[in-house]
Design a protein around this ligand. Structure first.
Ligand code: MLT
Length: 408
């Protein structure tokens, strides 16, 4: 008899964004013709930067000619991309990262979800609340938790993220082995200073723990004093893995390209204390289960680092930040407290009411889709998240409709 992985039965009924899509689709069937503005899932809406389009076209032409055609690429990514990433995203900011420490992949969602596989199932995992659900759900699937009780899984060390700690988690008061951090944060849009990040790095070093640092929204940082990479912090190379993505940076959500940095000095241990290279383990996993991102897509990602590419990416992220500023302004004028939206495309709003109720109210009265904070964890209850990834005209329209809806 075929048996299931019963850990899947512990999961909540459906993935957050699938549940939202279902509710929106039900609403649309009941209200055909009603115009919906989506400020829910963080999916980009602007066209790809021209530099990427040109690179894609050129690479497709190469694939059309047997003399320049490419088949399987190196699983870790082509050197042309790994080297330029290391130089532009890290070395240029004084962070010590080499090209062969970069693993190119098809998304930070997959990488942040998959990375836990190389660690033992009996480790102690620290996860912020609220959190991007992928970190938590993949640990549930792997069997690192008990059952779901009162909005939380037994066995996880939850780190409350609240107004009181200015949406940056405090260090846990127990020893943990694996720590998930994300800055600029999804869902709250909050940022972390270098001094705060240093405390986490020191904490991880003391307990031989590893930090999985999700920096997918780094391109939205405008405050130069904020770290863009955890490797700007001394000692991080030994205890941190960093995830980056071209999805939000350069509009690649439908193109698929991301990368993970695994420094060669980062170590993990057997039960008897024997040291092993995390880079070697991840390389083994990656080469077994992944067969590289397509050549045209890697050329498009490389183009992000050309002079034109950099300018176009800046323009793109500035555009979304202008939307974010408008959302912040309008929401604050309505008297709601909010965080994020300054160095991040997400605005985390204290709605002061049940977050699914707020979701339904905005959908039904304003035709605007948000993400209910409770979907990101117990501490998200009472909040909603608005995403700035729609176009400016729609964001303006959405804010007018929200104002009217909340006056009723
Ligand atoms: C979000 O809305 O939180 C993100 O778009 C989800 C993702 O990047 O997978």
């Amino acid at each position: 008899m075929i048996k299931i992985n019963e850990n899947f039965l512990k999961l909540q009924a459906s993935y957050l964004f699938s549940e939202i899509a279902r509710r929106v689709s039900d609403f649309q069937s009941e209200n055909p013709g009603k115009d919906i503005i989506r400020l829910g899932i963080g999916d980009v809406t602007c066209a790809l930067p021209l530099a990427c389009i040109d690179a894609l076209h050129k690479a497709v032409d190469e694939m059309a000619d047997a003399s320049t055609f490419r088949g399987y690429g190196p699983e870790q990514g082509y050197d042309f991309l790994r080297e330029i990433i290391a130089k532009e995203d890290f070395q240029s900011r004084g962070a010590d990262v080499a090209g062969d420490e970069i693993f190119v992949s098809d998304g930070a969602k997959c990488d942040t979800g998959n990375f836990q596989e190389i660690f033992s199932t009996d480790i102690k995992v620290a996860i912020p609340d609220p959190v991007y659900p992928v970190y938590l759900d993949t640990n549930v699937m792997a069997g690192r938790t008990g059952l779901y009780n009162d909005g939380r899984y037994d066995g996880i060390t939850y780190m409350d993220v609240t107004r009181e700690n200015r949406f940056v988690p405090d260090l846990p008061d127990e020893t943990v082995d694996l720590i998930y951090l994300c800055f600029p944060n999804n869902p709250t849009g909050a940022t972390i200073t270098k001094a705060q990040l240093k405390k986490w790095v020191d904490f991880a070093r003391q307990s031989k723990a590893i930090i999985l640092y999700d920096a997918a929204y780094e391109a939205f940082i405008r405050d130069d004093s904020l770290p863009r990479s955890i490797y700007e912090v001394e000692g991080a190379r030994d205890v941190a893995i960093e995830f980056r993505s071209f999805s939000k940076t350069a509009g690649f959500t439908g193109v698929r390209c991301a990368y993970t940095v695994v420094p060669k000095s980062c170590m993990a241990y057997t039960a008897s204390g024997e040291e092993h290279s995390v880079h070697s383990l991840w390389n083994r996993r990656h080469t077994t289960k992944f067969n590289s991102v397509s050549y045209p897509v890697q050329r498009a990602a490389e183009a992000v680092y050309s002079a034109e590419g950099k300018a176009q990416v800046q323009e793109l992220t500035d555009y979304y930040l202008k939307n974010a500023a408008l959302i912040r302004e309008e929401v604050s004028a309505l008297g709601y407290d909010c965080v994020g939206g300054e160095n991040s495309p997400y605005i985390w709003i204290d709605g002061n009411k049940d977050s699914w109720e707020f979701f339904d109210l905005l959908l039904k009265r304003a035709g605007v889709v948000c993400t209910p904070g409770a979907g990101f964890g117990r501490c998200g209850e009472g909040f909603i998240r608005l995403s700035a990834f729609n176009n400016y005209e729609n964001v303006e329209k959405a804010m007018t409709r929200i104002k009217d809806a909340l006056k009723v």
